[in-house]
Design a protein around this ligand. Sequence first.
Ligand code: TYD
Length: 227
Amino acid sequence: MADANGLFVSFEGGEGAGKSTQIRRLAERLRERGRDVLVTREPGGSLGAEAVRHVLLSGAAEIFGTRMEAILFAAARNDHVEDIIRPALVRGIIVLCDRFMDSSRVYQGVTGNLEADYIEALQRVAVNGVIPDCTLILDIPAQIGLERARKRASAVEAPDRFEKEEMQTHEKRREAFLDIAAREPNRCHVIDAQRSEDQIAADIAGIVEKLLETGATGTATNPEAAQ
Ligand code: TYD
């Protein structure tokens, strides 16, 4: 592995938490400070993964069951990691990713009722040692998040396969993200996403800039550190 190591930041949370806005704001701020930033998303982010994204979000893979969907998310993730994320990190770029492995743990694992062992085995293969240095979990009550997401969706597009589910399922996902944060406090930061856009952006910038200053980067491409 090359010496130069970028910073890998993933953004997680339920629907309507404002991830895309915050990713855009952080990217702008870092670029203004002369940093090289790559913004990407999952499912998708690479040629192969974008093809799989359509299959997953349209609901076309739903008939094959949750287990198969989890495999497809993992396949897409591996393509994204090897084609886009790892090469960028090796070049010293800051990678901001809209959703990553924790979404599979929550959506396929917890609310998809798949065994944690199964999900973890898939994740090991999918990420192949590339674990985020930092994961920002944008936390918002399901009801509020869904209302926001639906307003946005009715203006642009129909709800996707995962947005259509019941309120209870969305609330369960929120709890599951908070559980991950409690279990991995070094990597995960919970951000209260009910506050103003500016307050949230300031919090996020504080966390990421501190990581950059302290040089606590580079675990992302080191398989040993990722175990
Ligand atoms: P997307 O349109 O990217 O929206 P958002 O991130 O704003 O919700 O939708 C991605 C959907 O895919 C979202 O409902 C969560 C789901 N998803 C999974 O179920 N598992 C995964 O591993 C990932 C990355 C996403």
